[in-house]
Design a protein around this ligand. Structure first.
Ligand code: SF4
Length: 342
């Protein structure tokens, strides 16, 4: 593999799948952070497949495997989607078009510098039994890190996932942290490996144990406690503002792995039981612009039944409360003791 390429795109596997399934038209889908590798991927596949296959690349955002480009694939008549960077989504493991999921693990190992920083942080916080978790690209990196910490006498536990047929031990999604909860009572705190702070923040919202973030790209190690506290304070403020609202706007996301009709039914029952009024919207993309288009004085609070991270991370500054499903249940039932991440 080219030294410049940070990820293992496992292109040999892609070629075998195309040949074995006799695919003639293939749609490639990548997260935004990997799109700069498109020429590398396409040139490799064109060379190996010798012009026998038509290759298309989706420009859609691809935030997760909840957002498989199956409609694009159906429109162009693709017989295979190659989806890089995610494992199948628990709510939508079987897309309408045959899909090959490629993990794209990162090709780096923890440096001595990073391990030293991490060990110092663990000592500072008094953590000796730690749970390890990572987003998909960093699962192998996390396993190397576990070995290094064990060599330094830490007890390391990697939790199993509720969806272990679809996800790796220790793997988290922005919306799925069951591997954290599975070992919460056996550790002093968690280390979560991922680029940025997105997955680390999610982990810190589901557990009250300390969460240390590790960013392999920046070689940074940080305690998530203050970001967690600020985020929870903002979330509770919105939940409490929503508690007296009479008129609700319900936004039902329709992306394949985000569409949750059962949860929608639960919420509607609760709203009816509480005598609340509501208008239901459907949405593919959900952002500030879309909300402003449907917003009126009548609606006092929005609930988004889709990706909870769109609400927590992207819509936090919207002038009216915009709640996740879990937060809506908290507001409607008045049960505020435990933050419901859902
Ligand atoms: Fe999809 Fe949001 Fe979950 Fe990521 S966090 S997998 S974008 S629903």
């Amino acid at each position: 593999m080219d030294k410049q390429v940070l990820y293992d795109f496992n292109l040999e596997r892609v070629v075998s799948e195309v040949i074995e399934t006799n695919a003639r038209r293939v749609l490639i889908q990548l997260p935004n952070g990997m799109k700069n590798y498109i020429p590398y991927i396409i040139n490799y596949l064109k060379e190996k497949l010798r012009g026998n296959v038509e290759l298309f690349v989706s420009t859609s955002h691809t935030y997760g495997a909840c957002d498989i480009a199956e409609d694009e694939a159906l429109r162009i008549g693709a017989d295979l989607i190659v989806h890089f960077g995610h494992t199948p989504h628990p709510l939508y493991p079987k897309p309408k078009v045959r899909t090959l999921f490629i993990e794209a693990f990162i090709n780096i190992k923890p440096s001595v510098n990073l391990i030293d920083k991490l060990v110092n942080k663990l000592h500072d916080l008094g953590l000796s039994r730690v749970g390890l978790a990572a987003s998909l690209q960093y699962i192998k990196y996390m396993n190397y890190l576990a070995l290094e910490l064990e060599k330094r006498n830490f007890t390391v536990i990697v939790g199993r996932n509720k969806y272990e047929n679809l996800m790796y031990p220790g793997q988290v999604l922005g919306c799925e942290y069951s591997c954290i909860l599975s070992i919460e009572n056996r550790v002093d705190g968690f280390i979560v490996v991922s680029g940025g702070k997105f997955h680390q923040l999610g982990a810190s919202l589901v557990t009250s144990k300390p969460v240390i973030g590790v960013d392999p790209h920046r070689e940074e190690v940080y305690d998530m406690s203050s970001m967690r506290d600020i985020t929870l304070r903002k979330r509770y403020y919105k939940i409490m503002k929503a508690m007296d609202a009479e008129n609700w706007g319900i936004v039902l996301g329709i992306k394949p792995g985000q569409f949750n009709y059962n949860a929608y039914g639960e919420l509607i029952n609760l709203l009816n039981n509480k005598g609340k009024k509501y208008i239901v919207f459907t949405a593919n993309e959900i952002n500030q612009h879309i909300l402003r288009n449907i917003d009126t004085e009548y609606i006092e609070v929005f609930v988004v039944i889709a990706c909870p991270r769109v609400v927590i991370d992207d819509l936090a500054d919207y002038p009216k409360p915009v709640l996740t499903l879990g937060e809506a249940f908290m507001a409607l039932t008045g049960r505020l003791d435990k933050y419901l991440f859902r």
